[in-house]
Design a protein around this ligand. Structure first.
Ligand code: ACM
Length: 261
């Protein structure tokens, strides 16, 4: 299976430009599954809830979703992408799984980071694994990395690949995801943005270093910090189904949940 990511620098509020950049970067790509960063079309550092909601789209009437679906049809692949989602009077920091058949699933970020708490509504949909072909896909967004319950829950549901759109500002996530893949024996693809959102209320710089990690915590690829990078790799997703860490230990079956929450 060919899996990868596109690391780039969205420009704040320039939805058409950011979408065009993604469409152009992926126009000739041969792959099965491609991950894109968190909030890939709007940028990240919103002034407030009103601004975020103005720039968000409803998945049922979204030119972004329509264009990505058309690309998935043309290239016969799946995309997981960060997406500012408007739903009724709320907006969510979401991730969408899109394929040739259209929108497959929307995940709404459960753990909001810092000022996001003043901008987005926290996710209200349970974590869910989706099957594409023979492969089980789980989604999480950026700061969810701090909560080991997220990858563990997706792994317990049978996720082979964790798709992880990100806009990271702290420096710990990339190394932590290696541990998540070790302790759950899954793949994880972290697609992070780079560059800076310079806004009247302040600025935030993002760390790039998107990566692909294999079960057992093997770092297969890590991008540079501050440049565009398109990475596609061959992986065997069934490697995630071997949960042995030693001949006598399986990371999920050996849990003792009667002794902890
Ligand atoms: C983050 O969750 N975007 C840091």
């Amino acid at each position: 299976m060919k899996v990868g990511y596109y690391q780039f620098r969205p420009l704040f509020g320039k939805i058409e430009r950011n979408l065009d950049k993604v469409l152009a970067a992926l126009a000739d790509v041969e792959a099965d599954l491609i991950i894109l960063p968190e909030l890939a079309y709007t940028g990240y550092y919103f002034a407030d809830r009103d601004e975020a909601c103005r720039l968000s789209q409803d998945v049922t009437s979204s030119p972004i979703i329509d264009n990505l679906t058309e690309l998935c049809r043309q290239r016969n692949f799946y995309i997981v992408s960060g997406f500012a989602e408007k739903y009724l009077d709320k907006c969510f920091n979401s991730s969408v799984l899109i394929g040739p058949e259209g929108l497959v699933h929307t995940y709404r970020k459960l753990h909001l980071f810092s000022d996001e708490k003043n901008v987005f509504t926290p996710g209200d949909i349970p974590l869910q694994v989706n099957r594409i072909g023979d492969v089980n896909i789980g989604m999480m967004v950026c700061f969810d990395w701090v909560f080991p319950e997220v990858v563990r829950t997706l792994a317990l549901q049978g996720a082979d690949i964790i798709c992880h759109p990100a806009n990271l500002v702290l420096s710990f996530c990339q190394d932590t995801m290696i541990t998540r893949c070790l302790e759950n024996r899954v793949y994880a693809v972290t697609a992070n943005r780079y560059g800076t959102d310079k806004r009247p209320h302040g600025e935030l710089k993002f760390t790039g270093k998107s990566q692909i990690v294999a079960p057992g915590g093997v770092l297969l690829k890590r991008s540079p910090s501050q440049r565009d990078d398109l990475v596609i790799m061959d992986i065997d997703p069934t490697a995630s189904r071997n949960k042995h860490i030693t001949a006598l230990n399986e990371v999920l079956a050996d849990r003792r949940p009667e002794y902890y929450l």
